[in-house]
Design a protein around this ligand. Structure first.
Ligand code: ATP
Ligand code: MG
Ligand code: MG
Ligand code: MG
Length: 572
């Protein structure tokens, strides 16, 4: 590849809507171009990274026995109605009509279509197990598309679906996928962690999320440095509730009797309650409504018609015209967040309280039902810049572990993959069954497995950058090596050596580009540092006369002289 015949278009400054470093650097490096909210053109350099990510995923999926197919983007509403997701998905599901007025969904994922394929194809247990996957464009009408490719509306996902004859088979397929994901994220060269996740709305028996560790991540993950315990925040928070339901006494949910609290302000009360109790908040907040809320209290009630962005600290003048939002209003305002409605239950009114951390846009939802009051944290709209995890939940750093093997630590992550044991929820709804050994029909046991292909780019950058730009892990870099000749068009010696080296690097399987654009060294180097190519080799007359080339790794502070003849071996 020659840079003069490729397309490189870098910017000095990032556009002002780019809030986090990966979005800024991808824009500056010319990897993506915004077309609309959450909708991007993948420019040539960006697309090269996407293709490398896809290739690694494809290789590992194939190795794990999954079979690639390709399902349509536009899917008939009838299939989505069969599972009830046409209604359940709410405004996140993009719907279109054809010229006959028939309704279609633009796929946010493909459980319905694959189940439809399989119910038409699979007759007997002899055909099982099966695992189908595709790498396909998705559309989700996200409430707050942001951070470039990280939370787009149109994005690329690899989604796989396994079909087994029984629970044990499904769990074995799940394990194979779990291991394949571990191999995939290891090959990307990223620091990641697999955490237990709540199955929430989807139901089923088990689920893990794969998170790339980054301080700007939207999710808090809880883990124990001295044991295997790792869970996302929802799963960690759901634990005491589950234990409580099973009758166990939990220190975490000690109830402060309403009315006996000594706190002067609601803010104080909230602070204490957030750390110690779950049950007292909704009660106490209710009592405090009688005009006690002042500016300093920082307590805000979210009205049903409230936009998150409009909430300001201390802006609630008097509470009389405010009321708690109903569950429907919350859904309307935020869309459904799988998992978070779980512990609250479906029937009762849900109260939403935005607490003093409104600066971070983190809300708490208090809910009440026959089982008592519950508090749960939710991360909609959390400003990723300055997370204040320690104050914001009832699982806190230093809590003993659930497995009795140490104390909990908390870090932030970006959800890049998600594996799910679905069980028979979809196959029963869609009547997808097979005949077992006795000739009896049984519903297929399913699992589903997603990877956010385009989100990986953002996540990789959040972990690998410096003040000059991106530092791609070699396995997914747009180019592995850039050859930077000095006076390529004027020095015959330089041109010859560069072309020769280029040919032998290509021969050795290195993904290399020659920068023959004729830029001055400073501008040339700055471009490649911004784009994040891991290796740079400078070819100059002075070095050549001594038989040397100048090598510099993207993280190195200085160049190293490497003999011309040894360069290919040096790189390999
Ligand atoms: P999130 O919690 O970030 O909204 P999700 O749990 O809704 O993600 P899944 O349904 O589990 O997402 O989809 C599988 C994978 O697709 C996710 O793990 C993530 O990597 C990716 N993904 C989901 N939504 C987006 C998006 N809006 N933009 C880019 N990638 C996404
Ligand atoms: Mg989502
Ligand atoms: Mg999620
Ligand atoms: Mg998920």
């Amino acid at each position: 590849m020659r840079a003069s015949r490729f397309f490189i278009s870098t910017l000095k400054d990032a556009p002002s809507d780019a809030e986090i470093v990966s979005h800024q650097l991808m824009m500056r490096a010319g990897m993506i171009k915004r077309l609309g909210s959450g909708i991007y053109t993948y420019m040539p350099t960006g697309l090269r990274v996407i293709r490398k990510v896809e290739a690694i995923i494809r290789e590992e999926m194939n190795k794990a026995g999954a079979i690639e197919l390709l399902m349509p983007l536009v899917q008939p509403a009838e299939l989505w109605q069969e599972t009830g997701r046409w209604e359940k998905m709410g405004p996140e599901l993009m719907r279109v009509k054809d010229r006959h007025g028939r309704e279609f969904a633009i796929q946010p994922t493909s459980e319905e279509v694959i189940t439809d394929v399989v119910r038409g194809e699979i007759k007997s247990y002899r055909q099982l197990p099966l695992n189908f996957y595709h790498i396909q464009t998705k559309f989700r009408d996200e409430r707050r598309p942001r951070f470039g490719l990280m939370r787009g509306r149109e994005f690329t996902m690899k989604d796989a679906y396994s079909f087994d004859r029984d629970l044990a088979g499904m769990q074995a397929s799940y394990k194979v996928m779990f291991d394949a994901y571990t191999a995939i994220f290891t090959r990307f060269g990223l620091k990641f962690r697999a955490v237990a996740a709540d199955n929430g709305a989807i139901g089923g028996t088990g689920s893990h999320e794969f998170h790339v560790i980054a301080s700007t991540g939207e999710d808090a993950i809880v883990y124990c440095p001295t044991s295997d315990y790792a869970a996302n925040m929802e799963a960690a928070e759901a634990m005491p509730l589950a234990a409580e339901r099973a009758g166990a006494k939990q220190d975490l949910v000690k109830v402060a009797t309403p009315g006996t609290t000594k706190c002067e302000t609601v803010a104080e009360l909230l602070k204490i309650d957030l750390k110690q109790t779950v049950k007292s908040i909704a009660l106490t907040v209710e009592r405090e409504l009688e005009g006690k809320v002042t500016k300093e209290n920082w307590l805000l009630l979210l009205r049903g018609d409230h936009e998150l962005n409009e909430i300001k600290v201390g802006k609630v003048p008097g509470l009389s015209n405010h009321r708690f939002a109903t569950e429907d209003e919350i859904r309307e305002a935020y869309g459904t967040i799988p998992g978070y409605l779980g512990p609250i239950g479906a029937r009762q009114p849900v109260r939403v309280v935005a607490d003093r951390t409104v600066a971070n846009m983190t809300d708490y939802v208090c809910g009440a039902n026959e089982e008592g009051f519950h508090l749960t944290g939710a991360n909609w709209g959390r400003d990723a810049a300055e997370p204040e995890v320690a104050d914001l939940r009832n699982v806190v750093e230093g809590d003993a572990s659930p497995d009795g093997k140490g104390v909990l630590a908390i870090e932030r992550g970006i959800e890049v993959g998600h594996v799910f044991q679905l069980g028979t929820a979809y196959s029963e709804a869609m009547k997808a069954s097979f005949l077992d050994e006795n000739g009896k029909p049984a519903p297929l046991q399913m699992g589903c497995y997603g990877i956010g292909v385009t989100r990986i780019l953002g996540a990789a950058i959040e972990q690998n950058f410096d003040d000059k730009g991106i530092i791609w892990p070699t396995s997914i870099a747009p180019f592995e090596l850039v050859l930077c000749p000095m006076n390529y068009d004027r020095s015959e010696m330089v041109r010859e050596e560069t072309d020769k080296l280029y040919a032998s690097l290509v021969e050795a399987g290195v993904d290399v580009i020659i920068d023959d654009r004729g830029l001055r060294p400073g501008a040339m180097f700055a471009d490649w540092e911004l784009i994040g190519v891991p290796y740079r080799v400078v070819v100059g007359e002075r070095g050549l006369k001594e038989g040397n080339l100048e090598y510099q790794g993207r993280r190195d502070t200085e160049a190293t002289a490497v003999p011309v003849a040894g360069m290919v071996d040096f790189i390999k």
